[in-house]
Design a protein around this ligand. Structure first.
Ligand SMILES: Cc1cc2nc3c(=O)[nH]c(=O)nc-3n(C[C@H](O)[C@H](O)[C@H](O)COP(=O)(O)OP(=O)(O)OC[C@H]3O[C@@H](n4cnc5c(N)ncnc54)[C@H](O)[C@@H]3O)c2cc1C
Length: 392
């Protein structure tokens, strides 16, 4: 699942140009309209971005993780809303079907997800089950040849425009925790499935989240992912391992943009008769941004290599690697955004400068797909069980 180097280089250059020429100039429009323009979504479909992680045999580009993170580095350099349009299709919305789905489930859904014809979301979180996802209460009760779902999912990315969901629900109410959980493919038009109003958020305008409500929603038993109950939590965690490397790459990409913007501002803004870039205290902030960015990029590339290798030979350290990588990269971009605002002075607090938007947008990265605290716990537990991650 790796493209030949020339084909991949051409794709990356195309994405780089698309980000610079089509997306960056539209950032303010997305912020004002709280929506990504339809023509840009169509262009993303044409580039194949909705299916970049889906194998070619199911209609996708079939990028390896090592390749996917390079695309994320590029997308990190513009407003977060653009990547979010296809983010759930590429990651958490589709990968459960790819990793653990039956061949029939893959053939039915993945080509539509890869083309962008179907938007798919991942529905794990509930009002009373966030970090403690294994305590989720949405139920799925077998009734003849169908499962009947009841429950509420919260903060589900892309749910307002989704055509389907991968839903984690409890099939065995007698088994608390992870073992009683199964994963389902639930089409949006299933009677009994509805969505709440879009959430109003701190940042990432143009991205959409909302509640998803299941009220006696009947889904065919053949929509149970993998055809086997009780493995849904494991499926979700494997999806998140992958998603965490993707988000870490995005964080690194954004830190690169923030460094560029901060450096440009420092070079042009003058105080005390000289550019503020000449002040060593400003240089120190920029140097910290640069050093931490290089560390995050190296870490993400290493994690992606390990992810690809783990598909050939399972790696018990992978969850730790993915968690450590997202933990470091997303905390790092938080510091980078803070420094970028500081370097801009009062202008950094003003909406007309992009760093103000990035400062709000990157805050989310430390919360979803595992908060920083949960990621620390994953690494801590992994160290206890498996010992330190071996050197590459
Ligand atoms: C914009 C947005 C989009 C999202 N998209 C999706 C999506 O598409 N699909 C989906 O399923 N979910 C999604 N989520 C949900 C997200 O994954 C959860 O919000 C996140 O996992 C945290 O859960 P919580 O909000 O319930 O916080 P809580 O779990 O209540 O955590 C509150 C605080 O307690 C800390 N904490 C919790 N447990 C521990 C512990 N054991 N030790 C130390 N500290 C702890 C947390 O780190 C946090 O600081 C999204 C959230 C947001 C905000």
């Amino acid at each position: 699942m790796t493209l030949d180097p020339e084909t991949f280089a051409a794709l990356r250059n195309q994405v780089r140009r698309f980000v610079a020429e089509r997306l960056v100039p539209n950032e303010d429009r997305v912020e004002q309209e709280d929506a990504v323009p339809a023509e840009l979504v169509a262009e993303m479909k044409d580039l194949g971005l909705f299916g970049m992680s889906i194998p070619e045999e199911y209609g996708g580009l079939g990028l390896s993780m090592v390749e996917e993170i390079e695309v994320c580095f590029e997308f990190g350099q513009t407003a977060a809303a653009f990547r979010s349009v296809f983010g759930t299709n590429v990651g958490i919305g589709s990968q459960g079907i790819l990793i653990d789905g039956t061949e029939e489930q893959r053939r039915t859904w993945l080509p539509r997800i890869a083309s962008g014809e179907a938007i798919f979301s991942f529905a794990l979180t509930e009002p009373d089950a966030g970090s403690d996802a294994a305590s989720l209460q949405t139920s799925a009760v077998l009734d003849g040849d169908a499962y009947v779902l009841n429950g509420v999912k919260r903060y589900i990315t892309n749910a307002p425009r989704a055509h389907g969901f991968t839903v984690m629900a409890r099939t065995d109410p007698g088994t608390p925790g992870a073992a009683g959980i199964s994963a389902f493919i639930v089409p949006r038009d299933t009677p009994g499935v509805s969505v709440g109003p879009p959430d109003r958020k701190m940042g990432q305008r143009g991205t959409k989240t909302c509640d998803v409500i299941f009220d006696h929603a009947r889904v065919p038993a053949s929509n149970l992912i993998g055809g086997q109950p009780g493995i849904g939590f494991k499926t979700a965690m494997r999806v998140l391992d992958r998603g965490r490397i993707h988000i870490a790459a995005l964080a690194a990409g954004t830190a690169r943009r923030l460094l560029r913007d901060a450096l440009d501002y420092a070079a042009t803004r003058r105080q005390f008769g000289q550019p503020i870039l000449d002040f060593q205290l400003i240089q120190a902030m920029l140097a910290d941004m640069q050093a931490e960015l290089l560390a995050a990029e190296a870490m993400v590339r290493d994690a992606a290599r390990r992810y690809d290798a783990s598909r050939r030979k399972p790696d018990p350290h992978l969850p730790m690697v993915a968690a450590a990588c997202k933990y470091f990269a997303t905390e790092m971009v938080g510091r980078a955004a803070d420094r970028a605002v500081q370097i801009h002075g009062g202008a950094g607090y003003m909406s007309e400068y992009k760093v103000e938007r990035f400062y709000r947008d990157v805050r989310l990265l430390r919360l979803y797909e595992g908060t920083s605290q949960i990621l620390q716990l994953v690494v801590g537990r992994g160290l206890k069980t498996h010992g330190p991650v071996p050197a590459p």
